[in-house]
Design a protein around this ligand. Structure first.
Ligand SMILES: Cc1cc2nc3c(=O)[nH]c(=O)nc-3n(C[C@H](O)[C@H](O)[C@H](O)COP(=O)(O)OP(=O)(O)OC[C@H]3O[C@@H](n4cnc5c(N)ncnc54)[C@H](O)[C@@H]3O)c2cc1C
Length: 459
């Protein structure tokens, strides 16, 4: 008889990517395509991260409607489109662009692309340890799943966990939340509904145009006609209905507006209206409590829709996101930290390995609103934002990169995270080929390689 107890495994790779979201799977893909034996570890049962929750992808078009992303991010969208899982990029006066996706096809396409490139995927395994040697070099991590500890030794690691769990364990310095206050943007339990009648909502908005929620100058053209003709839209509004419901005791969510987002299917709408404030989602107890609040809010929002929102009387929940959507936790320190005053400097552009075209979009961590600052033209994300301070053998990807909390509010979107990830994976493979450190790679060569792969970076 076998003795019960935890099992121990040990494996060795060139590159190990921890986290399989928009900041993770394109990194694994790029590393493998550039010749590295690569493993991708994901704690859930699917790749895609927040892209598998029902949200649409932001960041593909800039304010003028020009394309800002290509390479692996666009290839991913093309593969989704071929299966009916991505109807295209839709320009928007508020969000610059919305690219709806099928949350389920995201899981399959991301997995297929990784497997085709030879990436080994380890699902349902969570990072629990990191080994850093006396030279401050990350040597190995331990992940845990199904009563098994797997020790992964690798030459290069990429942290794509969102919260930066690996960088945290390895000892990379970080700040938390917004500069100055440490307040974090709120979390949201996203869910998807079906059974809505959008034409009925639009007819209501014809009668009550003041219920279109964004009225700032930059939102010129964000009206009901825009919603009608733009299949891939994000609707923000119903301020009066939300107030009415709150006064009647039917709405306790700390948000002053209702938000729905198109998905790849016209039969499904994603609701981004829940708001869990004042939690640090990198803390397990606060995260758990945040989920409880999120679930309570989902039901309340469904009841609000049925009672108050024209066209939503018969909605039913199709899916609740399997994870709480976490906007912000730790911000790690890299060799450089991009700040708003340096978005368009020559140094930033010269070292850029990805473009970011989305607006600065700060959801209040304490109040009800959203503070949005338009980004008129794409800026570059310098390679040094991916290279952490104090630890070798590690790159930051996705929303863990080294930017201040204001730039973060723009660069955190999934399109940008995918572009950053392509650069991270490519850089890890280049360092490996040169038997060197990621901090020493030639940025010009990385940029040239990214361009050859089809990526868009500032000239
Ligand atoms: C409510 C909400 C709405 C948003 N709306 C949009 C939107 O409409 N469009 C848009 O483009 N962006 C949106 N964003 C931003 C965007 O979703 C995230 O910033 C982006 O997904 C970050 O990508 P990531 O890969 O770094 O993290 P994630 O997407 O969170 O992926 C991280 C992955 O790592 C895994 N993981 C985490 N920790 C571990 C661990 N310790 N071990 C192993 N695996 C781990 C997770 O399971 C997950 O799969 C939104 C964010 C939130 C929270």
């Amino acid at each position: 008889m076998l003795k019960p107890g935890l099992r121990e495994r040990s494996v060795t790779y060139d590159v190990a990517v921890i986290g399989g979201g928009p900041g993770g799977f394109p990194a694994a893909l790029a590393a493998a395509r550039n010749g590295a034996r690569t493993i991708l570890v994901e704690r859930s049962a699917a790749l895609g991260g927040a892209a598998a929750s029902g949200l649409s992808i932001l960041g593909f078009l800039d304010r003028s409607g020009n394309k800002a992303l290509d390479g692996i991010p666009q290839e991913f969208m093309d593969r989704l489109a071929a299966l009916g899982g991505a109807p295209g990029h839709f320009w928007c006066p508020v969000h610059n662009s919305i690219s709806p996706v099928s949350s389920d096809l995201v899981k399959i396409v991301a997995m297929r692309m990784c497997r085709e490139a030879g990436v080994d995927i380890l699902f349902e395994n969570e990072l629990i340890g990191a080994e850093v040697d006396e030279n401050a070099r990350l040597k190995a991590v331990t992940v845990f799943g199904k009563l098994t500890n797997t020790r992964i030794e690798a030459t290069q690691f990429i942290d794509a966990t969102g919260d930066g769990d690996l960088a945290y364990l390895a000892g990379v310095p970080f700040t938390r939340g917004q500069e100055g206050t440490e307040i974090m943007q709120p979390s949201t339990l996203v869910f998807t509904v079906t059974g809505h009648d959008l034409e009925k909502l639009f007819a209501f908005l014809d009668e009550r145009p003041e219920e279109m929620g964004i009225k700032e100058d930059y939102a010129d053209g964000y009206d009901v006609d825009f919603l009608r003709r733009t299949r891939g839209h994000c609707f923000i509004g119903l301020t009066d209905l939300v107030r009415e419901a709150r006064e009647a005791g039917d709405f306790s969510v700390p948000r002053n507006q209702f938000i729905h987002i198109a998905t790849a299917s016209e039969k499904l709408l994603t609701i981004n209206t829940s708001r869990v404030t004042r939690i640090d989602a990198s803390d397990p107890v606060e995260l758990s409590a945040g989920l409880e609040t999120g679930y309570q809010q989902v039901l309340e929002i469904v009841e609000f829709m049925r009672k108050y929102v024209p066209g939503f009387e018969n909605v039913v929940i199709s899916q609740i996101s399997p994870a709480l959507g976490i906007r912000e936790t730790r911000h790690f320190m890299g060799r450089t930290r991009l700040t708003m005053d340096r978005l368009y400097t020559e140094d930033t552009s010269r070292k850029a390995i990805a473009q970011s075209a989305y607006n600065v979009d700060i959801h209040s961590g304490t109040g009800e609103g959203i503070d949005l600052t338009v980004i008129e033209k794409p800026y570059g994300i310098p390679y040094d934002c991916l290279v952490p301070q104090e630890v070798d053998g590690l790159l930051l990807s996705g929303r863990t990169i080294s930017v201040d909390s204001t730039v973060f509010a723009s660069a955190r979107v999934m399109g940008t995270c995918m572009a950053v990830a392509e650069a991270a994976g490519t850089a890890a493979a280049m360092a490996l080929a040169a038997s060197g450190e990621v901090r020493d790679i030639d940025i010009e060569e990385l940029r040239a390689r990214l361009v050859a792969q089809g990526a868009m970076i500032p000239a």
